[in-house]
Write a protein that binds this ligand. Structure first.
Ligand SMILES: CC(C)=CCC/C(C)=C/CC/C(C)=C/CC/C(C)=C/[C@@H]1[C@@H](COP(=O)(O)OP(=O)(O)O)[C@]1(C)CC/C=C(\C)CC/C=C(\C)CCC=C(C)C
Ligand SMILES: [Mn+2]
Length: 407
């Protein structure tokens, strides 16, 4: 992916693996939180049936039980939803302060007046520049959000992009679990008001203003840890957890910033579930688009048990021949990704009105990649499925109109 390499130079220099290892390296296991105490409100109802299992058993009549990964991720969702209980994210208030002191440096900068604010303003502007360079359509989509929210989403975007670049970027081969531990320590520091650089300073300010929890951020780093050692997924349950780590987490990070519509009757939990579903849908789509590219790197992000059931082997993936077996297999995978998109779409109407349309536009754009895979006759080995520029640009006003009607 094209990008401003200067932007990342400092970043990569700061997380090269030359620091002493911390105890948390090499942790292939999920580090998910214990179940929060149930408080009996509507927003803390039991999880609905499993979407993942429903996709796998399309003919089943009874609602399938949640899988182990879904249960584990659900615990995080509940904790995030509990943070916004009491209508905090609905009002879009600066509620992070309730749980976390504003960082001292931000207070000091505030006292310094314009000059201080200029520094923080610069930090956010730089985040906006990175976002504009890496995700143009999405950047456009943020333009109608309130300035506070827009800047906060940029800051989150940049942190996610940098985290992803650690394992996907030009210095990926230097990245070790120790480097990721250092990145996590930096994350903890910025959440405690001790940012390391400008981009961190923007996020540090953001998490002091919105009810954003550190867990989804830590879990995204966990996903990057997985990428360092794991290149096969035995079941969809395993893949689901990976998708949560690297993309579902983004939904949980951004909902508190985008806000839930003040007039929405939906529970916070259901909105977070929809956000999680969008991340999962996006990542599944990414995986289906990139099968050939990943195989050339020795990676298969497809459930091996489902491949076997379809009569396919790892070798079939490496050979990359589009056969009827492959087409049938892909149809099932695409159907499942679409179920997650459908689940996500239901949640969009409950977001704050100004946040709805960029989400809807991005959902439509990503979902169209699935159509493009079909149009390529399921050749995702050598043909890259993409959505053309015209469609991308059109999606913004169309999503805007639709989001306005929805409200
Ligand atoms: C409004 C909006 C869409 C906000 C999201 C902004 C944001 C913080 C994005 C960060 C995305 C990012 C850089 C994630 C890092 C991990 C990663 C790369 C995941 C993959 C993204 C696509 O990246 P790309 O195609 O560039 O892939 P390569 O790295 O080049 O291979 C992902 C597939 C996942 C991104 C996940 C989301 C954008 C989740 C979106 C969910 C929400 C915004 C919640 C919406 C709320 C409801 C209620 C539906
Ligand atoms: Mn990536």
């Amino acid at each position: 992916m094209a990008g401003s390499s200067a932007v990342w130079a400092a970043h990569h220099a700061s997380c090269r693996p030359h620091q002493p290892s911390s105890s948390s390296s090499q942790r292939p296991q999920a580090r998910l939180l214990p179940l929060p105490p149930r408080r009996g409100g509507a927003s803390l109802a039991r999880p609905r049936a499993s979407l993942a299992a429903a996709a796998a058993t399309a003919t089943a009549t009874a609602a399938p039980a949640r899988t182990a990964s879904e249960e584990a991720v659900y615990e995080v969702v509940m904790r995030q939803a509990a943070l916004v209980e009491g209508g905090v994210a609905r009002k879009g208030e600066a509620a992070g302060a309730r749980r976390r002191q504003r960082p001292r440096w931000a207070e000091e900068k505030e006292e310094e007046g314009l000059r201080g604010w200029g520094l923080l303003g610069d930090a956010y502007d730089r985040c906006g520049e990175v976002c504009a360079e890496y995700a143009k359509t999405f950047y456009l989509g943020t333009q109608l959000m309130t300035p506070e929210r827009r800047k906060a989403v940029w800051a989150i975007y940049v942190w996610c992009r940098r985290t992803d670049e650690l394992v996907d970027g030009p210095n990926a081969s230097y990245i070790t679990p120790t480097a990721l531990d250092r990145w996590e320590k930096r994350l903890e520091d910025l959440f405690e008001g001790r940012p390391y650089d400008m981009y961190d300073a923007a996020l540090s300010d953001t998490v002091s203003k919105f009810p954003v929890d550190i867990q989804p951020f830590k879990d995204m780093i966990e996903g990057m840890r997985l990428d360092l050692w794991k290149s096969r997924y035995r079941t969809f349950d395993e893949l689901y957890l990976y998708c949560y780590y690297v993309a579902g987490t983004v939904g949980l990070m951004t909902v508190p910033v985008m806000g839930i519509a003040p007039d929405s009757k939906a529970s916070a939990e259901s909105v977070y579930n929809a956000a999680l579903a969008l991340g999962i849908a996006n990542q599944l789509t990414n995986i289906l688009r990139d099968v050939g590219e990943d195989a050339r790197r020795g990676r298969i992000y497809l459930p091996l048990d489902e491949l076997a059931q379809a009569g396919l082997t790892e070798d079939d993936i490496f050979r990359g021949k589009v056969t009827d077996k492959w087409r049938r297999f892909m149809k099932g995978q695409i159907q499942r990704a679409r179920l997650f998109f459908d689940e996500a779409e239901k949640g969009v109407a409950h977001l704050d009105s100004a946040s709805r349309w960029p989400v809807l536009a991005s959902l439509w754009l990503y979902r169209q990649i699935l159509d493009a895979i079909e149009a390529n006759d399921y050749n995702n080995f050598t043909k890259r499925a993409y959505v053309g520029k015209a469609r991308k640009l059109l999606s913004l006003p169309v999503a805007y109109a639709r989001a306005a009607v929805g409200s």
